[in-house]
Design a protein around this ligand. Sequence first.
Ligand SMILES: [Zn+2]
Length: 217
Amino acid sequence: MRIVLLGPPGAGKGTLAGVLKDTLGVLHVSTGDILREELKANTPLGQEAKKFIESGGLVPDEVVTKLIKNKLTNDSRAKDGFMLDGYPRTVNQAKDLDNILDKLGMPIDCALYMEATLGTILARLTGRRVCRGCGKIYHIVNMPSKKDGVCDSCGGEIYQRADDNEETIKNRMKVYTDSTAPIISFYEGQNKLKKVNADKDSQEVKEDALNIFNGSR
Ligand SMILES: [Zn+2]
């Protein structure tokens, strides 16, 4: 299965991909993770991305697309299927992705839109904490670390992202809705769009998603 996960920040894309990658035997491709890997390995692409991050800007479309292309082309596990999380974010990226995958002979099977209400997203994101070391995600209520402020996996420091506050979340939600509506139509036009109610808890969302994927094989 080759899957694109769509949905606003806090819809649970990373969580769903994390629990489904083993069940489905697919590679979880997260732009955040790839970026961290490239920065750590100090690759030319990593250095390119670093310039934008250090100047406080967003990594531009073409750099993100290169990162994704690299991963899908060079990681042999991608041939057995993958789940993209955090990409594409714009219709241009969706078109770039189609071009990349056409050349690889690996078209997308399904775009899953994780629909969540603002109330759900606020509750999830204001309680979210992230490990500085490995990027592992926690939640103060739903998924606390064993030891306060310390990552279970790597012992790194757990912190709250500056943009996980109510005002910024509302703003990110609006930006997301504006830029994503066209992507939804894009995949609808290809008959590849499926929707799941992401207000439900992660176990239910997982089951709903599995039913959808099994139906679109
Ligand atoms: Zn960690």
